[in-house]
Design a protein around this ligand. Structure first.
Ligand code: PMV
Length: 305
């Protein structure tokens, strides 16, 4: 039996970190995917309990690869690891789709999403679930975690084609998503008032992004700039990324992190925008970085023939 499944990475347009505390996030699937192929005997152990035996994604992959009944278990991912593009969630979703297929259940996105969330918990401790949800369903989503057991998601139909957003790599973060989320939690616990204020500001910006996507608001530069300031105030954006953002802002554009960020070294990929894309390209060239055009709203998890 041979099964191949893939799922997309993501960018959070607005709402990262705040989403962990029940505030909304607007998120989009990107045109970079994680693909897994399994070939071998279908083992009755491949069911929803299978993943509970392992304490990390890596351990599960290794154990699966080494089963005597496995001929091939290979990964082919276009999503850079640990840089805010939802690589672990996309891989968790693709693997969950393979497990579901092997357990002979018909494709059920809810099931895949729930299983992938459990894998994300192994990886990140207390994830909001936004990354695995977008990797499962694709497109553009409004997502909010209401309680540990309940999250809501709504597909957003955009008023226009969104093709003017770019990625700029600010470098690999030294910290994991788990470390960064824990840092925010510790600061919030020590002094809850400022964090709540920042989260509320982020929510306002997220609602602004929604209006922008629906064609009701035009100032994307301002929205991204405000969002960036909130994330700096939250303490998740490092010096290097702040400098890149400052250079882009000085030239009339805007940029922000796309995921958990990073403080000590890089902050992962930045989502960058300038009303004149050629100008953005020139600025980024000038600081010896690469600009990568994004296609947003890609397809969610899928099985390949
Ligand atoms: O950096 P990533 O791709 O793992 O994204 C993390 C997003 C956070 O909001 C910071 C955490 C979460 O669980 O939602």
């Amino acid at each position: 039996m041979r099964v191949t499944a893939s799922a997309p990475g993501k960018v959070i347009l607005s709402g990262e970190h705040a989403v962990v505390y029940g505030f909304p996030a607007l998120v989009a699937a990107v045109n970079k995917r994680c693909q897994f192929t399994f070939e071998g005997e279908n083992n009755s152990a491949f069911n929803s309990e299978f993943i509970s035996k392992y304490s990390s994604l890596k351990q599960l992959f290794k154990a699966w690869k080494n089963l005597p009944t496995t001929k091939e278990f290979s990964l082919d991912s276009q999503i850079p690891v640990g840089r805010g593009l939802g690589s672990s969630a996309a891989c968790s979703v693709a693997v969950s789709a393979i497990i579901q297929q092997l357990s002979k259940q018909s494709i059920n996105l809810e099931f895949i999403n729930n299983m992938a969330y459990k894998l994300e918990v192994l990886q990140h401790g207390k994830p909001s679930g936004v990354d695995n949800t977008i990797a499962t369903y694709g497109g553009f989503l409004w997502f909010r975690r209401e309680s540990p057991e309940l999250s809501i998601r709504q597909t957003i139909v955009t008023a226009k084609k969104i093709d003017s957003l770019y990625l700029v790599d600010s470098g690999k973060p030294a910290e994991s998503t788990k470390d960064l989320v824990m840092g925010v939690a510790e600061r919030r616990q020590a002094n809850s008032q400022p964090s709540e204020q920042i989260f509320r500001q982020i929510e306002e910006t997220t609602r602004g992004f929604l209006r922008w996507m629906q064609g009701q608001e035009s100032n994307l530069v301002e929205l991204i700039r405000i969002n960036h300031r909130s994330l700096v105030d939250l303490g998740v954006v490092g010096e290097k990324a702040q400098q890149i953002v400052q250079t882009i802002e000085k030239a009339g554009g805007a940029a922000k992190i796309t995921g958990a960020g990073g403080v000590v070294k890089g902050s992962g990929f930045l989502l960058a925008y300038h009303p004149d894309s050629e100008k953005l390209r020139a600025i980024v060239d000038n600081i010896d970085l690469k600009l990568d055009q994004l296609q947003l709203g890609g397809e969610g998890v899928k099985l390949h023939e």
